[in-house]
Design a protein around this ligand. Structure first.
Ligand code: KG4
Ligand code: ZN
Length: 338
C-alpha cells in the first residue's frame, strides 16, 4: 500500500510516499523560512498562500522521483492539526480532493503524533512502550506511549514551548527567525560558567515545564552587559545549557516514574546537538535507550505524516469526506488503533 503524506501545519510544505512493507520511498520538502524571515516570525496568511503555491508541484515532484503515478497511490494522510488553521486547510482540502478523485481514503493525522512516530522511520527504532519528549516550536510534551494511539500525557509546558523560548531568546540577542539553530551556533563561541541561569520547575516534583522565566532571565542578563559579540555568545550558551539540563532532569524523572527504559526525543528542537548530548549522558547513567529521528525528520516533514497515516489506515481507521482541520487538538484525545 502506497501512502501519500502531506504536511502543511506551519511554515514547511512536506510531501512523502511511504510503502506499508518497503518503508519510506521518497520525501520532498519546501521551507518558507526565508519568506517569513524579514518579518521576524511566521505570518499565517503568507504561510497559507505559499502552501497553495508549493503543495501540488511538490506532490508531482515526489511522485516523479518515486517513479510512481497518481493512480498508484492507495491512501492519503494529511496533518489535520494542531497548527495554523489556514495552513492546515490547504493540506486538508488538497488531500481530500485528491483522494476523492482517485477513489482512495484520506485520513487526518495529529501533527505531534507524526513527530512522536518519526523515529520509527529509522533503522534503529524503538519498541513500545517508550517515553517521548516532544520539543517543537509550538509544543513541549512528555508522553507515555504504550502503542499507536495509546498516549498518556505526563507533562507539558505551562507557557512557552521549548522552541518558542529558543526563538524568543534568539530574537533578544538580535538573531534572525527561527533563532533556535542560530542561537545554538552562537553558543559554540560562548564561555561556559560566566552566567548561571535557573533550571525552571526542577526544584519541585512534577513533569511540567515553564520556559517563559528563562526568556525574561535572558533579557535581564543581556541588558546588564555591554552587548558585545562575546556577551551574546556567553548568554546564548547559558540559555542553551539551562534548557538542555532542564529537559534532561524532567526526562530522567519521567523514566523513573513510568519504569520505562526507552526515551524517544523528537520535534524541531531535538536537532540541537547540546540537548542530544545531555540526554545521551542522562540515559547512559540510567541504563536507558535513547532514540532520535535523523535531523531532517526532527523538523516538520511529510514522511512522519505518511508513516503515522500508514499505521492508522492499516489498523482500519477511516474518515468521512469532510475536510478536517483542528488548530487546537490535545494529543491525549487521540484514540487507540486496533
Ligand atoms: O517541529 P518544528 O519544525 O515545527 C513545529 O512543529 O513547531 O520545530 C521548529 C522549532 C523552532 O522553534 C526552531 O527554532 C527549533 O525548532 N529548532 C531548534 C534547532 N533546530 C530547530 N532549536 C534549537 N536548536 C536547534 N538546532
Ligand atoms: Zn512540528
Amino acid at each position: 500500500m502506497y501512502i501519500l503524506g502531506i504536511e502543511t501545519s506551519c511554515d514547511e510544505t512536506g510531501v512523502a510516499i511511504y510503502h506499508s512493507t518497503q518503508g519510506l520511498i521518497q520525501h520532498t520538502l519546501y521551507s518558507q523560512i526565508a519568506m517569513h524571515n524579514e518579518y521576524g516570525g511566521i505570518v499565517p496568511e503568507l504561510a497559507s498562500r505559499d502552501h497553495i503555491r508549493k503543495l501540488i508541484p511538490l506532490i508531482k515532484e515526489c511522485l516523479q522521483l518515486s517513479q510512481l503515478k497518481k493512480a498508484d497511490i492507495d491512501a492519503i494522510a494529511y496533518t489535520a492539526g494542531p497548527g495554523l488553521v489556514g495552513a492546515l486547510l490547504v493540506g486538508a482540502a488538497a488531500a481530500k480532493s485528491l483522494a476523492w478523485t482517485l477513489g482512495v481514503p484520506a485520513l487526518g493525522i495529529h501533527h505531534m503524533e507524526g513527530h512522536l512516530l518519526a523515529p520509527m522511520l529509522e533503522e534503529h527504532k524503538p519498541e513500545f512502550p517508550f517515553v517521548a519528549l516532544l520539543i517543537s516550536g509550538g509544543h513541549t510534551l512528555l508522553v507515555e506511549v504504550q502503542g499507536i494511539g495509546q498516549y498518556q500525557l505526563l507533562g507539558e509546558s505551562l507557557d512557552d514551548a521549548a522552541g518558542e523560548a529558543f526563538d524568543k531568546a534568539a530574537k533578544l540577542l538580535g538573531l534572525a527567525y527561527p533563532g533556535g539553530p542560530l542561537l545554538s551556533k552562537l553558543a559554540e563561541k560562548g564561555n561556559a560558567g560566566r552566567f548561571k541561569f535557573p533550571r525552571p520547575m526542577t526544584d519541585r516534583p512534577g513533569l511540567d515545564f515553564s520556559f517563559s522565566g528563562l526568556k525574561t532571565f535572558t533579557m535581564n542578563t543581556f541588558n546588564h552587559t555591554e552587548k558585545t559579540e562575546q556577551d551574546k555568545a556567553d548568554v546564548a550558551l547559558a540559555f542553551q545549557q539551562a534548557t538542555a539540563e532542564t529537559l534532561a532532569i524532567k526526562c530522567k524523572r519521567a523514566l523513573k516514574q513510568t519504569g520505562i527504559k526507552r526515551l524517544v526525543v523528537a520535534g524541531g528542537v531535538s536537532a540541537n546537538t547540546k540537548i542530544r548530548q545531555h540526554l545521551e549522558i542522562m540515559t547512559k547513567k540510567e541504563r536507558a535507550e535513547l532514540y532520535f529521528p535523523r535531523p531532517e525528520f526532527c523538523t516538520d516533514n511529510g514522511a512522519m505524516i505518511a508513516y503515522a497515516g500508514c499505521q492508522r489506515l492499516m489498523a482500519g481507521e477511516v474518515e468521512s469526506l469532510e475536510i478536517n482541520a483542528r488548530p487546537r487538538w490535545p494529543i491525549d484525545e487521540l484514540v487507540q488503533t486496533q
